[in-house]
Design a protein around this ligand. Structure first.
Ligand code: DON
Length: 481
């Protein structure tokens, strides 16, 4: 959670999942040395959940209204139910989701309606979750990390070979970190520090692009997308080697964002042709320096801004519903490198910097971001989407800063994604066929077309005018106060 108060104070609240004490470097390797699916599905996939602690931390530090009043609407929705939306119904009918959820008793009963499924417009009621939320309402984070809820989670884990213990839950701590801040032209970019890779990512890529005339041929031109893809490819190579939990690995943030590093990356781009990823290696940096996801963006009437991305990781997390408690558990352990050098669920190649260790935080791509222009709040943005988060935030920020788009135009503009390995350029199908053709034939990109990349939630401010732009790719909404 990235916060910027109207008085200019900024804060980054890290309530990311952390590895349980019993986690170990090779815990997801089978006897043959190959990664198993345990980091993605089932009881062993969960890191220690952080959301409840993070929300309480934010409330204690910045909140004004009583905690009970804030939790009550969630309780009402859980108890009385809410209508299943089209997008939620679609995801509940997705064969992969069904295959995952039906393996776990509570998940099958609650989310698959005991095998009967939910249709658009059906009411989903969650009595166990109601009781869990009531404890959180009455006892704060202690209602989750201690007492009967913690006990039940741990008991369920013990019964099914999971690792989370009561001690892991009791020891969970939200970490207050300084936000990462950089410059792009006359904008200040306030964003996520490690253990997210996203803030460093967008700042490095903006730095690379700032020194080019990538914007000259206009938004949506093949040449623009080519420059973006080349900046993305290079950042994700660095990410694979140099990024992980800063408590365990010295992330060379200053070197990754050093003007000389950025100039060298820029110089290595061929403006006319794709560089094969096999020719791009992570940079060499010294570390002797000090050292299914949701996003919401908020600006209040006083001008305080909050940008929050949080997640269970994959759709429906590990697939496991904590027995009798009514909520799904995450599969965030897969954000580590289950086998350094081999791809994880998102196909990301990652190294020792992001290997598993007890208490360590898995590297993230979540990139909640705030833009200031001449010191004034100009935009609040972020998105779900795994590694595509970093590139979606980059592109929407550039659409606002370089192409003068309003919030909705910036969100609607088709997006691309490159993550170094695999050496593929993902592109939304709505990009013009001429552009796709040029990217393939003229610039030599190996392309895969996708219906959608990212699901942005953007607020843009302009001289007292506030625009909220949800992403038409799915069913986000914007609300005024
Ligand atoms: O922290 C990360 O980078 C991932 N756990 C985010 C996962 C995600 O965005 C999935 N949503 N579509």
């Amino acid at each position: 959670m990235l916060v910027r108060l109207a008085n200019g104070q900024t804060d980054f609240i890290d309530f990311r999942e952390r590895a349980p004490a019993a986690a170990s470097h090779d815990m997801y390797l089978g006897p043959d040395g190959k990664p198993t699916t345990d980091s993605v599905e089932g009881y062993r996939a969960s890191g220690i959940p952080g959301t409840v602690s993070g929300m309480e931390y934010a409330h204690l530090k910045f909140g004004k209204r009583p905690w009970k009043e804030l939790v009550q609407p969630a309780i009402d929705l859980a108890r009385n139910g809410f209508p299943v939306s089209w997008d939620f119904a679609r995801s509940l009918h997705d064969p992969q989701s069904i295959a995952k959820l039906e393996k776990f008793e509570d998940s099958k009963r609650i989310f698959l309606n005991d095998g009967k499924g939910y249709q658009f417009g059906d009411t989903l009621k969650q009595p166990e979750l109601t009781a869990t939320l009531e404890r959180i309402r009455d006892f704060g984070a202690a209602g989750f990390y201690e007492g009967p809820v913690a006990h039940k989670i741990a008991e369920d884990m013990r019964a099914h070979g999971g690792l989370l213990t009561e001690k892991d839950l009791a020891n969970y701590k939200t970490i207050d970190r300084p936000a990462l801040t950089g410059k792009y032209k006359n904008y200040t970019v306030i964003t996520a520090p490690p253990p997210s890779s996203g803030g460093v990512g967008i700042l490095q890529m903006m730095g690379v692009l700032e020194g080019t005339d990538y914007a000259r041929t206009g938004a949506g031109s093949a040449r623009e997308y080519h420059f973006l893809a080349e900046a993305m490819r290079r950042f994700f190579a660095d990410r694979s080697e140099w990024m992980g939990d800063p408590e365990f690995f010295k992330v060379p943030v200053t070197s990754l964002l050093n003007p000389a590093t950025i100039a060298a990356l820029r110089a290595s781009i061929n403006p006319d042709h794709a560089t094969p990823s096999s020719e791009i290696k992570p940079g060499v940096y010294t570390t002797n320096e000090s050292t299914q996801t949701t996003h919401f963006s908020i600006v209040d009437p006083e001008g305080n801004a909050v940008s929050v991305t949080y997640t269970l990781n994959g759709g429906f997390g590990s697939g496991v519903t904590a027995s009798g408690l009514g909520f799904l558990l995450n599969n965030e352990m897969d954000d580590f490198a289950p086998k350094p050098g081999s791809p994880n669920y998102y196909g990301l190649i990652q190294g020792e910097a992001n290997s598993i260790a007890p208490g360590k935080t898995p590297l993230s791509s979540m990139t909640p971001t705030i833009l200031l222009q001449d010191g004034k709040l100009r935009a609040v943005l972020g998105t779900p989407g795994g590694p595509t988060i970093i590139n979606s935030v980059l592109q929407v920020a550039l659409n606002l800063m370089d192409f003068g788009m309003n919030a909705q135009q910036a969100v609607d503009q088709p997006r691309i994604h490159h993550q170094w390995m695999p050496d593929k350029l993902l592109a939304e199908e709505t990009i013009s066929p001429d552009t796709i053709d040029l990217l393939r034939t003229k610039y030599g990109h190996d392309m895969i077309l996708r219906p959608r990349i990212g699901e942005m939630a953007v607020i843009r401010l302009d001289n007292g005018w506030i625009e909220g732009a949800p992403d038409g790719r799915t069913e986000g909404t914007a609300k005024g106060f």
